[in-house]
Design a protein around this ligand. Structure first.
Ligand code: ZN
Length: 99
């Protein structure tokens, strides 16, 4: 199967807003180690790691998964600060869990 085939069904971003849209990605060699990427460069996270796309909606960022999993997922605090500086960067705000 070619790379093109595997990308079928993934909408190609057309507008600037779509290209800049945030998506949840996972490090290529990681295990439930989630980062954020722009749709236009989904293979690289905001913090510069190599990433793969996931099916996880952005709204699930930071959510706790089912409790019977062997490992809790981690959400990259660097990506969160880059994506949402107002929400994540200010003093006194709750920070994402550090891995
Ligand atoms: Zn990151």
């Amino acid at each position: 199967m070619s790379l093109f085939e595997t990308m079928k069904g993934v909408p190609v971003p057309k507008t600037e807003a779509e290209r800049n849209e945030l998506v949840v990605t996972e490090v290529a060699n990681g295990f439930w180690d989630y980062h954020l990427s722009r749709r236009a460069s989904i293979m690289r996270s905001l913090c510069g790691k190599s990433t793969l796309p996931t099916a996880i909606p952005l709204s699930a960022w930071g959510a706790k998964m089912e409790e019977n999993l062997p490992k809790a997922p981690s959400y990259c605090p660097a990506c969160a600060r880059l994506a949402w500086p107002d929400r994540e960067g200010g003093p006194g705000l709750v920070r994402w869990q550090k891995s």
